[in-house]
Design a binder for this molecule. Structure first.
Ligand SMILES: [Zn+2]
Length: 463
């Protein structure tokens, strides 16, 4: 039992690390540099994308010619769970794309992150494909979380010809005449140009960025919240607070309506803004994605903090024979992660897999739906091999693992890393098996060997 016990304890420990997705740090960790790069490339027309099933290139995002970009944004946001996506036409060419994630506890309390998607020239990667990509990335991550408060992800049109899209929206939501209710927007965080940092792309720059703020409503408190988050978690950023901040982007239209708002972006205050501003030379090659990723993480942490992550526990506890959702008050549906298909009838808190594979549970509680991480589960039978039947050696080994098989049975042999990842799986009925470990790094490995009726897991060390 000893080997199996160690293995189970290890997996149990991993479950707690891997599955727990309710911390702010976990939200920060999910921000993907690769996703941001892909979206900035697609939005700025550097590479083709697929829109409505057809390969398309977004030639530019001039306000008169950016319906394709709007379609792209709408389609990407619509693919995420828990979002309601609407296109708001505000004049003959202007279209805002607005995605709403309703809060479970206080749906009238609204936090907004936003960016404009129109541009003044071809490409315009920094201004403002970067801000749009960041909003979509944060929506991808946060849409998997239940929140107390409502989050609105807004992508504005016609910023470049007078902040028209944001102005239309801010006027509309502030209107309390004729029986209208003013929307309770508690914070607006606008991202405009978040990808340029002086030095060459990818090199460690000064990481300066600006928070533009004015003492309007509780805007100063948003700035303070951002400073607290910068001090609480680790970011490779250097903040400059600009007060009174520039009104030259969409957030100022919320100031005009008495809402709390700030701008986050590269540092105009230290003259560290892109030299290619408002030209077709504003291209992906000059974007510092490391820097942009840090800024996106900061805004993601702000949204996660202010929206309030609902304490729905989406962790899973694993035993030798079952998987159990930690959450006690929910509806359950278990999934096979390898096929993405829900398992018919598997709707209890505990699930007993009959085949080895990767499994997750989806929890629903009221308006709240969350999914666990995928858990690798090996089906182990009750009985283990005796030492006479199986012998694995040497331990530690240098480059070859040797297995003496005296069971006369066909064995399924699976090798896991210490983090639970399967790196090799094969079958053998030979009485002597050699496994090449030369290509694997030094460290601890778990070898699970199973026959029809027995299974054992061995902890082996590669020196
Ligand atoms: Zn801009």
């Amino acid at each position: 039992m000893k080997h199996k016990l160690i293995f189970s304890l290890l997996l149990l420990m991993l479950c707690f690390n891997v599955s727990f997705s309710q911390s702010i740090q976990d939200i920060i960790n999910q921000v993907s540099n690769a996703n941001l790069q892909l979206r900035v490339n697609e939005l700025s027309g550097e590479q083709a994308t697929v829109i409505n099933g057809v390969s398309r290139t977004i030639a530019n995002r001039l306000h008169s010619n950016n319906d394709l970009a709007a379609d792209y944004i709408e389609e990407r946001l619509s693919a995420f769970p828990n979002l309601t996506v609407a296109v708001q036409n505000f004049n003959s060419t202007g279209k805002n794309v607005i995605a709403t994630q309703l809060g479970q506890t206080n749906p009238d309390n609204i936090y907004m992150i936003c960016a404009h998607y129109d541009s003044v020239a071809d490409y315009c990667a920094d201004d403002n494909a970067t801000g749009v990509a960041a909003v979509i990335e944060i929506a991808r991550i946060m849409s998997q979380q239940c929140t107390d408060n409502t989050i609105i992800y807004a992508l504005w049109d016609e910023e470049e010809i007078g902040l028209l899209g944001a102005n239309f929206y801010a006027q509309q939501v502030a209107d309390d005449t004729n029986g209208n209710t003013r929307d309770n927007i508690l914070g607006v965080l606008n991202m405009d140009m978040i990808g340029y940092d002086g030095d060459a792309p990818g090199t460690p720059g000064d990481n300066d960025f600006d928070i533009d703020v004015r003492p309007i409503a509780n805007s100063i408190a948003i700035k303070d919240d951002l400073l607290t988050i910068l001090n609480t978690y680790s970011f490779d950023l250097n903040v400059i607070v600009v007060n009174p901040g520039t009104p030259a982007s969409d957030h100022s239209r919320f100031w005009n309506q008495g809402y709390s708002a700030v701008l986050v972006g590269e540092s105009w205050a230290t003259n560290d803004e892109t030299p290619n501003y408002h030209t077709a030379n504003d291209r992906v090659v000059d974007i510092d994605f490391q820097y942009m990723t840090e800024l996106t993480k900061l805004v993601a942490a702000y949204v996660a903090t202010k929206s309030g992550l609902v304490a729905l526990d989406n962790m899973v506890t694993q035993t030798d024979t079952s998987l159990m959702a930690n959450e006690t008050a929910a509806n359950y549906q278990w999934y096979n992660c390898d096929t993405e298909i829900e398992i018919s009838g598997a709707t209890n808190q505990t699930f007993v897999p009959t085949t080895t594979g990767n499994y997750a549970v989806e929890l629903t509680n009221g308006l709240c739906t969350e999914r666990s991480s995928c858990i690798n589960f090996s089906v182990l039978s009750a009985s283990e091999f005796s030492e006479d039947e199986l012998h694995l050696y040497p331990n530690p080994m240098a480059s070859v693992l040797k297995i003496d098989n005296r069971t006369n049975e066909n064995l399924s042999i699976t090798i896991h890393t210490i983090s639970g990842k399967t790196i090799n799986k094969f079958q053998s009925e030979k009485s002597y098996v050699e496994v090449d470990f030369k290509k694997y790094a030094s460290g601890i490995y778990f070898i699970t060997i199973a026959s029809e009726s027995k299974a054992s897991t061995f902890k082996m060390v590669k020196a």
